[in-house]
Ligand binder design. Sequence first.
Ligand code: C5P
Length: 231
Amino acid sequence: MDTQVLVALDVPTADDARRIVEDLHAAGLSFGVKIGMELATATGHSLVQEIAKEGIYVFDDQKRVDIPNTLKKAAKVQAGFGANMMNCMCAAGPKGISAFADACKKDDVTSIGVTVLTTKTDEECQAEFGRTALGQVNFYARWAQEHGLNGVVCSPLEIETVKNNYDLLTVTPGIRPSWSVPNDQKRVTTPAEAVRRGADWLVIGRPITSHEYGPPADNLKSVLDEIASVG
Ligand code: C5P
Protein backbone atom coordinates (compact mmCIF):
# COMPACT_ATOMS: atom_id res chain seq x y z
CA MET A 1 0.00 0.00 0.00
CA ASP A 2 1.03 3.62 -0.48
CA THR A 3 2.30 5.25 2.71
CA GLN A 4 -0.40 7.27 4.45
CA VAL A 5 -0.08 10.00 7.08
CA LEU A 6 -1.98 9.93 10.38
CA VAL A 7 -1.92 13.31 12.10
CA ALA A 8 -1.64 12.92 15.89
CA LEU A 9 -4.29 15.17 17.43
CA ASP A 10 -2.46 15.66 20.73
CA VAL A 11 -4.59 18.58 21.93
CA PRO A 12 -6.67 19.05 25.08
CA THR A 13 -10.12 19.89 23.67
CA ALA A 14 -12.50 18.77 20.94
CA ASP A 15 -12.53 22.30 19.50
CA ASP A 16 -8.72 22.33 19.17
CA ALA A 17 -8.92 19.02 17.32
CA ARG A 18 -11.80 20.15 15.09
CA ARG A 19 -9.86 23.28 14.11
CA ILE A 20 -6.89 21.21 12.92
CA VAL A 21 -9.07 18.72 11.03
CA GLU A 22 -11.07 21.51 9.36
CA ASP A 23 -7.87 23.34 8.27
CA LEU A 24 -6.35 20.19 6.77
CA HIS A 25 -9.60 19.25 5.11
CA ALA A 26 -10.11 22.74 3.68
CA ALA A 27 -6.65 22.52 2.10
CA GLY A 28 -7.75 19.37 0.25
CA LEU A 29 -4.95 17.25 1.72
CA SER A 30 -4.92 13.49 2.15
CA PHE A 31 -4.67 12.44 5.79
CA GLY A 32 -6.11 10.35 8.61
CA VAL A 33 -6.00 11.20 12.31
CA LYS A 34 -4.68 9.55 15.42
CA ILE A 35 -6.58 10.16 18.64
CA GLY A 36 -4.56 9.34 21.73
CA MET A 37 -4.74 9.49 25.48
CA GLU A 38 -5.02 13.27 25.91
CA LEU A 39 -7.95 13.88 23.57
CA ALA A 40 -9.76 10.67 24.52
CA THR A 41 -9.48 11.64 28.19
CA ALA A 42 -10.97 15.04 27.36
CA THR A 43 -13.74 13.92 25.03
CA GLY A 44 -14.45 10.27 25.83
CA HIS A 45 -14.80 8.59 22.47
CA SER A 46 -17.37 11.00 21.09
CA LEU A 47 -14.77 12.69 18.90
CA VAL A 48 -13.61 9.36 17.47
CA GLN A 49 -17.22 8.79 16.46
CA GLU A 50 -17.67 12.30 15.08
CA ILE A 51 -14.52 12.26 12.93
CA ALA A 52 -15.04 8.68 11.74
CA LYS A 53 -18.58 9.63 10.64
CA GLU A 54 -17.05 12.36 8.44
CA GLY A 55 -15.30 9.57 6.55
CA ILE A 56 -11.82 10.42 7.86
CA TYR A 57 -9.63 7.43 8.74
CA VAL A 58 -9.25 7.23 12.54
CA PHE A 59 -6.55 5.41 14.50
CA ASP A 60 -7.81 5.21 18.10
CA ASP A 61 -4.48 5.01 19.94
CA GLN A 62 -5.29 3.96 23.51
CA LYS A 63 -2.37 1.51 23.95
CA ARG A 64 -4.51 -0.92 25.93
CA VAL A 65 -2.91 -3.32 28.40
CA ASP A 66 -4.87 -5.43 30.92
CA ILE A 67 -5.88 -9.03 31.61
CA PRO A 68 -7.24 -10.76 28.48
CA ASN A 69 -10.90 -10.73 29.57
CA THR A 70 -10.84 -6.98 30.25
CA LEU A 71 -8.96 -6.25 27.04
CA LYS A 72 -11.50 -8.19 25.01
CA LYS A 73 -14.50 -6.48 26.58
CA ALA A 74 -12.97 -3.00 26.38
CA ALA A 75 -11.99 -3.51 22.74
CA LYS A 76 -15.56 -4.53 21.89
CA VAL A 77 -16.96 -1.32 23.42
CA GLN A 78 -14.18 0.82 21.90
CA ALA A 79 -14.74 -0.63 18.41
CA GLY A 80 -18.38 0.52 18.58
CA PHE A 81 -17.24 4.14 18.20
CA GLY A 82 -16.22 3.50 14.60
CA ALA A 83 -12.41 3.80 14.53
CA ASN A 84 -10.67 2.07 11.63
CA MET A 85 -7.59 1.08 13.63
CA MET A 86 -7.02 0.37 17.35
CA ASN A 87 -4.04 -0.83 19.38
CA CYS A 88 -2.97 -2.74 22.45
CA MET A 89 0.46 -3.00 24.03
CA CYS A 90 2.35 -6.14 22.99
CA ALA A 91 3.36 -6.24 26.67
CA ALA A 92 -0.19 -7.56 27.28
CA GLY A 93 1.34 -10.91 26.27
CA PRO A 94 0.17 -13.65 23.89
CA LYS A 95 -3.22 -14.23 25.55
CA GLY A 96 -3.99 -10.52 25.82
CA ILE A 97 -2.91 -9.93 22.21
CA SER A 98 -5.18 -12.77 21.00
CA ALA A 99 -8.15 -11.44 22.97
CA PHE A 100 -7.66 -7.92 21.58
CA ALA A 101 -7.05 -9.12 18.00
CA ASP A 102 -10.17 -11.31 18.05
CA ALA A 103 -12.35 -8.46 19.31
CA CYS A 104 -11.02 -6.14 16.58
CA LYS A 105 -11.55 -8.75 13.88
CA LYS A 106 -15.22 -9.14 14.84
CA ASP A 107 -15.78 -5.45 14.17
CA ASP A 108 -13.53 -5.25 11.11
CA VAL A 109 -11.07 -2.93 12.88
CA THR A 110 -7.35 -3.09 11.97
CA SER A 111 -5.54 -4.34 15.08
CA ILE A 112 -2.08 -3.07 15.94
CA GLY A 113 0.37 -3.92 18.74
CA VAL A 114 2.69 -1.32 20.23
CA THR A 115 6.22 -2.72 20.47
CA VAL A 116 8.79 -0.32 21.96
CA LEU A 117 7.89 3.36 22.43
CA THR A 118 9.89 5.54 20.04
CA THR A 119 11.06 7.70 22.95
CA LYS A 120 13.14 4.81 24.37
CA THR A 121 16.88 4.52 23.66
CA ASP A 122 18.84 1.29 23.25
CA GLU A 123 20.33 1.88 26.69
CA GLU A 124 16.85 2.06 28.25
CA CYS A 125 15.79 -1.07 26.32
CA GLN A 126 18.82 -2.97 27.57
CA ALA A 127 17.89 -2.03 31.15
CA GLU A 128 14.19 -2.89 30.69
CA PHE A 129 14.27 -5.91 28.34
CA GLY A 130 17.92 -7.04 28.25
CA ARG A 131 17.90 -6.39 24.48
CA THR A 132 18.32 -3.51 22.03
CA ALA A 133 15.21 -1.72 20.77
CA LEU A 134 15.53 -3.64 17.49
CA GLY A 135 15.78 -6.96 19.35
CA GLN A 136 12.72 -6.20 21.47
CA VAL A 137 10.67 -4.99 18.46
CA ASN A 138 11.53 -8.26 16.72
CA PHE A 139 10.47 -10.23 19.82
CA TYR A 140 7.12 -8.43 20.13
CA ALA A 141 6.47 -8.54 16.37
CA ARG A 142 6.63 -12.34 16.53
CA TRP A 143 3.94 -12.33 19.23
CA ALA A 144 1.89 -9.88 17.16
CA GLN A 145 1.98 -12.14 14.11
CA GLU A 146 1.50 -15.42 15.96
CA HIS A 147 -1.46 -14.12 17.94
CA GLY A 148 -3.46 -12.47 15.19
CA LEU A 149 -2.66 -8.74 15.04
CA ASN A 150 -2.60 -7.00 11.65
CA GLY A 151 0.45 -4.87 12.41
CA VAL A 152 2.78 -3.20 14.88
CA VAL A 153 3.81 0.26 16.00
CA CYS A 154 7.59 0.58 15.82
CA SER A 155 10.11 3.25 14.89
CA PRO A 156 11.11 3.67 11.24
CA LEU A 157 14.50 2.22 12.16
CA GLU A 158 12.91 -1.20 12.76
CA ILE A 159 10.65 -1.42 9.69
CA GLU A 160 13.01 -3.54 7.62
CA THR A 161 13.40 -6.13 10.37
CA VAL A 162 9.63 -6.37 10.78
CA LYS A 163 9.00 -6.56 7.04
CA ASN A 164 11.77 -9.11 6.44
CA ASN A 165 10.55 -11.47 9.15
CA TYR A 166 6.79 -11.02 9.32
CA ASP A 167 3.71 -10.18 7.30
CA LEU A 168 2.64 -7.16 9.36
CA LEU A 169 1.65 -3.55 8.73
CA THR A 170 4.06 -1.01 10.18
CA VAL A 171 2.74 2.12 11.87
CA THR A 172 5.60 4.47 12.68
CA PRO A 173 5.79 7.46 14.98
CA GLY A 174 9.29 8.90 15.48
CA ILE A 175 8.98 10.91 12.24
CA ARG A 176 10.86 14.19 12.03
CA PRO A 177 11.18 16.24 8.82
CA SER A 178 14.59 17.92 8.53
CA TRP A 179 12.99 21.28 9.42
CA SER A 180 11.69 20.06 12.81
CA VAL A 181 13.23 19.24 16.19
CA PRO A 182 13.11 15.75 17.78
CA ASN A 183 11.43 16.82 21.08
CA ASP A 184 11.35 13.66 23.24
CA GLN A 185 11.52 11.24 20.28
CA LYS A 186 14.75 9.19 20.14
CA ARG A 187 14.46 6.62 17.34
CA VAL A 188 13.58 8.89 14.41
CA THR A 189 13.92 9.36 10.66
CA THR A 190 12.57 11.84 8.13
CA PRO A 191 9.29 11.05 6.34
CA ALA A 192 11.18 10.23 3.12
CA GLU A 193 13.50 7.80 4.90
CA ALA A 194 10.58 6.04 6.62
CA VAL A 195 8.85 5.64 3.24
CA ARG A 196 12.06 4.28 1.67
CA ARG A 197 12.23 1.74 4.50
CA GLY A 198 8.69 0.58 3.71
CA ALA A 199 6.41 2.27 6.30
CA ASP A 200 2.70 1.73 5.73
CA TRP A 201 1.49 4.50 8.06
CA LEU A 202 3.39 7.53 9.39
CA VAL A 203 2.13 8.99 12.68
CA ILE A 204 3.17 12.64 12.90
CA GLY A 205 2.16 15.07 15.62
CA ARG A 206 4.09 18.16 16.62
CA PRO A 207 5.88 18.80 13.29
CA ILE A 208 2.42 19.23 11.73
CA THR A 209 0.31 20.65 14.56
CA SER A 210 2.84 23.03 16.20
CA HIS A 211 2.34 26.48 14.78
CA GLU A 212 6.07 27.20 15.31
CA TYR A 213 6.64 25.52 11.91
CA GLY A 214 3.77 27.30 10.16
CA PRO A 215 0.06 26.57 9.68
CA PRO A 216 -0.71 22.83 10.07
CA ALA A 217 -1.97 22.59 6.46
CA ASP A 218 1.35 23.97 5.13
CA ASN A 219 3.31 21.58 7.36
CA LEU A 220 1.29 18.56 6.21
CA LYS A 221 1.60 19.66 2.57
CA SER A 222 5.36 19.79 2.97
CA VAL A 223 5.38 16.24 4.46
CA LEU A 224 3.14 14.93 1.66
CA ASP A 225 5.38 16.54 -0.98
CA GLU A 226 8.43 14.92 0.64
CA ILE A 227 6.70 11.51 0.60
CA ALA A 228 5.65 11.96 -3.03
CA SER A 229 9.26 12.74 -3.98
CA VAL A 230 10.29 9.21 -2.99
CA GLY A 231 10.00 7.36 -6.29
O1 C5P B 1 4.47 14.82 18.18
P1 C5P B 1 5.00 13.50 17.74
O2 C5P B 1 5.19 13.40 16.25
O3 C5P B 1 6.22 13.07 18.51
O4 C5P B 1 3.82 12.50 18.11
C1 C5P B 1 3.96 11.10 18.04
C2 C5P B 1 2.68 10.47 18.43
O5 C5P B 1 2.82 9.07 18.33
C3 C5P B 1 2.23 10.78 19.85
O6 C5P B 1 0.82 10.97 19.81
C4 C5P B 1 2.54 9.53 20.65
O7 C5P B 1 1.57 9.27 21.63
C5 C5P B 1 2.49 8.45 19.57
N1 C5P B 1 3.34 7.28 19.77
C6 C5P B 1 4.70 7.33 19.89
N2 C5P B 1 5.44 6.18 20.06
C7 C5P B 1 4.83 5.01 20.06
C8 C5P B 1 3.46 4.93 19.92
C9 C5P B 1 2.73 6.11 19.77
O8 C5P B 1 5.28 8.43 19.87
N3 C5P B 1 5.53 3.89 20.12
